[in-house]
Design a binder for this molecule. Structure first.
Ligand SMILES: [Mg+2]
Length: 387
């Protein structure tokens, strides 16, 4: 019977670990259960059993299971789930972080209480914005996705026009309302509105290295079908309409390579190592300044403090990914304080790619607002990836 959870999926699991697999199963529809049953029957049974048992054996008491425990063997369904997970993970992370923005870590509630609706008495940022609303991060990521789907390539002028439309008309913003915009992005969009081409509208000063391009770049990695060099090149260029400095471009390139390795199923540490090795090579090949590689090197860069500097954000997200499954990742990102929505969007997108949409807590997926904006774009993205 497809409606019953196959016992071997919870073999060796107890407590929250078992409950997480059971919740995952409960959220599958009948078709997905049938598909899973068919595919899991085709898997090497010993391999699946060992994997599930090992996950349980290595986990401490009371520690939740990794988000992708059960579906390791359902590779054909995995990519779509991961692509959806990336987009949803970014938007949910953004929405989770919105009320906590501008607070230092000590002013925040304990992680267990970090939810879409903050605890009573907490002085929330963006008062009046309903819980579950994505901000500029999510809206701009959707602008990039919509542009890629419409143009079939990275078209900077089209992207710039959509970003401007977001700022002026609330395009792809929930309720059509823009309530959050970065300093450099505002400057760049003003330039764009005056007719400056999108390839030159982003401030290129070294001090203009906020995280405003990094926060929106993930859809490029989810959509892209080209080789790694083409992905890296497009990722760096996608920064230009709002963030023209080489460092922001490099961070976007590294992030997309990181996301692609996770999409392919690489373990997180290996995915980062491979992305930085490859990124350094591709950066050098295009004549990028070695000083920028040094600036993003974790050994020299800021440790990841939840700030708005693009390098800090990249490392905050990278470190948050070590916190456990999706829910832990985004809560760890928010717990850093400061630019909470952006850090959680950047980290949450990667965790969603790594673990798939089914690993994102159902209470957040159901409470995410703006589905009428998101769903048509998501459907088209999944069609592109399936094609
Ligand atoms: Mg924001």
């Amino acid at each position: 019977m497809e409606s019953e959870l196959p016992p071997r999926l919870v073999q060796g699991l107890t407590g929250e670990a078992r409950a997480q697999v059971e919740r995952w199963w409960a959220r599958l529809d009948d078709g997905a259960r049938r598909e899973f049953a068919t595919m899991s029957a085709a898997c090497d049974e010993d391999e699946v059993d060992d994997e599930v048992v090992d996950e349980g054996a290595n986990r401490g008491a009371g520690e939740p299971a990794a988000g992708g425990v059960a579906p390791t063997c359902i590779t054909p369904a995995g990519l779509a789930d991961q692509v959806e997970g990336g987009l949803l993970g970014l938007l949910v992370g953004d929405a989770l972080g919105v009320p906590y923005e501008f607070h230092g870590p000590r002013e925040l509630p304990p992680r267990a209480a970090i939810e879409f609706t903050p605890p009573a008495g907490f002085r929330r940022a963006h008062d009046g914005v309903p819980p579950g609303t994505w901000s500029d991060d999510g809206a701009q990521a959707l602008c990039l996705l919509a542009s890629l789907l419409a143009r079939g390539e990275l078209d900077l002028d089209d992207l710039g026009a959509r970003l401007l439309r977001w700022w002026e008309d609330g395009y792809l913003a929930v309720d059509g309302r823009v309530f959050d915009i970065g300093v450099q992005t505002r400057e760049a969009l003003t330039e764009l509105s005056l007719g400056t081409p999108a390839s030159r509208s982003g401030p290129a000063d070294e001090h203009a290295n906020g995280n405003g391009a990094l926060m929106r770049v993930l859809p490029l990695a989810l959509w892209h079908r080209g080789d790694d060099a083409a992905l890296f090149d497009d990722a760096t260029r996608s920064s230009l309409p709002t963030h023209g400095h080489a460092r922001s471009q490099l961070c976007c390139g590294l992030y997309c390579l990181f996301a692609r390795r996770l999409l392919e199923g690489a373990e997180t540490g290996a995915a980062w190592s491979e992305a930085t090795r490859q990124g350094a090579e591709l950066w050098a090949r295009r004549g990028g300044a070695p000083a920028e590689l040094r600036a993003v090197d974790p050994a020299r860069a800021p440790a990841g403090g939840g700030g708005g500097y693009v390098v800090d954000s990249l490392h905050s997200a990278r470190l948050a990914l070590e916190s456990g499954p999706y829910e832990h990742v985004v809560k760890a990102a928010v717990a850093l304080g400061h630019d909470t929505d952006t850090t959680a969007a950047i980290a949450g997108g990667l965790a969603g790619v790594r673990e798939g949409a089914l690993a994102i807590p159902d209470r957040w997926v159901r409470a995410l607002r703006g589905r009428a904006l998101l769903d048509p774009l998501l459907d088209r993205l999944l069609d592109v990836r399936a094609g």
